[in-house]
Design a protein around this ligand. Sequence first.
Ligand code: AMP
Ligand code: ZN
Length: 667
Amino acid sequence: MNIQDSIQALRDELNVHNYNYYVLDNATISDYEFDLKLKQLQELEEQHPEFFDENSPTQRVGGTVTKNFQTVAHEYRMYSLDNSYSKEDLVDWETRVQKVLGNVELQYTCELKYDGASISITYENGKLKRAVTRGDGFQGDDVTNNIKTIKSIPLQLKGNYPPVFAIRGEIILPFAGFEKMNQDLIEIGETPYSNPRNTASGSLKLQDSAEVAKRPLECLLYFVTGNNLPFSSQYEGLELARKWGFKVPVEAKLANNLQEVFDFIDYWDVHRHELPYETDGVVIKVNSIQHQEELGYTSKSPRWAIAYKFKSEQVSTKLNSISYQVGRTGAITPVANLEPVQLAGTIVKRASLHNADQIEKLDIRINDTVFVEKGGEIIPKIIAVDLTQRPANAEPTKYITHCPECNTELVRSEGEANHYCPNFYGCPPQIIGRIQHYISRKAMDIEGLGGETVALLFNNGLVHNYADLYELTVEQILPLERMAQKSAENLVKGVENSKKIPFESVLFALGIRFVGETVAKKLAKHYKNIDALSQATLMDLVLVDEIGERIAKSVIEFFENDENKRIIERLKSYGVQFEIIEKINPNATTKFEGKTFVVSGVFSKFSRDDIKKTIEDNGGKVGSSISAKTDFVVAGENMGPAKLEKANKLNIPIISEDDFITKLNES
Ligand code: AMP
Ligand code: ZN
């Protein structure tokens, strides 16, 4: 096969895998294999730029930066939809439709109304040409580069597609992906996004498409438009679009009369909560394209379609009190404590109030009767106050000025939504939160120690920071609630094992604000060890790929703090990894043949066993004690004085870990 054919074969294969995974939700190869093939394709494309294709699967990672999105006119206008809120509204709509069509037999396509941002994507000869936002319906923004990063959108169509057409759909963020994004933000002490819809539409206008690529966006398609299209009804259009490779939700259904439309609505009014994404209604479309053409459009919307909006589930209940939670980074979140009430199948007792602005905006007061709604978020929210029920003596809510946990005066920086407790080192929930972060799975992954035990240890005065964990003894923890010999031993062992966790995870575990997992990796790779990182200036830091000023400032602040310095010194002394471990030469040689080494002491980069194994892999012998036959002593820290003396007496060269690596790499 020639190069061009190999490249094409790889592209085709990767397109199929993308389709299986993102459209069908049915992967047929592992992520690892996929990445290997993608890398292979990337390399071939790099070596052969003459075969560049803007629709290659390699282009999905993004990387183009758009400062100003170009305004583009829609070839076919993007209309909005008329809304209806009751079945009577739908009966009226059908009457209007039949008046135009003359009482014909009608079928309807029922689809869910996906709640995101609408997009129109043009394809030419099976290739994605352009994607434009709705804008004002006549013209929108060209967001092609961003859209291409969304894996469920095909870059190359399959089957028997028309040469030119546009397809419309909704860019959405499924709940799971949205929650994950928020989890990641919370982890680095940032404010989470408020809802999936706004986050999805905000994503389309990000300047850096690589950022868009990281977001778990999806595109659900609902309408094909163009000239001479090969179908005569909406439903057929959906089926064909599916065949060409688009993600068209299978929930869409053909209804033979209005009663069947009602059945569809009733079913989804209940079951919509089981969908992985948000819907706020149903869209009903006259199925026949010929009928659609006869009906035409009003100045705003098609006469042949109508949206039915679900009533959002709302209840009213009393606000008993407001409490204030303090997070790991000191951010304060107000929480409404409600008179328990049934809502959408669960009992609601609490609702998030987000921040001071929200409370002020709603003018919410203790003892008010409030309306609570369950939207896309897991925690219900208060949408309004029932002013008719307000007690005469209700006082406006005064937001707290001091931390409810440590009584420190709160601060709120310019542009920040939340108040913060600045008592980073003395505020209990912040201390506990920081230790809980330190031990978490993606950080130091300490087995045998959970979040509740951390609180218990802190409350019993056994730990005040994460360095204290390394001094815990079985005797100290045994008297604690629910502790047995075995669990106490496991805890101590878990802490001990964390000394093997690599530097990049340690850096993440330290809990420096804005330093999430990915940033920690970048910093570790760049600086190699904590000393270099802690001495970096703002200028140095911002030059590192993907490190912005906000992160850089936070890193500097962290290392300037004396308490942090002390804690890091202590962690170092316990043997926690503060350096990237470089792999010892993995190739076996015979370069140490005939040489005997004695390995002694504690090493910072490699374990003693690694060094011994490397000696043997390279033909050397490892001796257990120093004698006249010893050729080298590889010495780490804390080598015993007796050994040292003996080596000196016998004139045996003592080499450090670094000398050893140099020796290994000498040719
Ligand atoms: P509205 O924004 O309330 O005028 O509603 C119209 C919008 O609903 C359209 O622009 C689409 O973005 C969106 N929409 C969501 N799901 C569908 C669907 N299945 N069919 C048509 N439009 C839909
Ligand atoms: Zn506090």
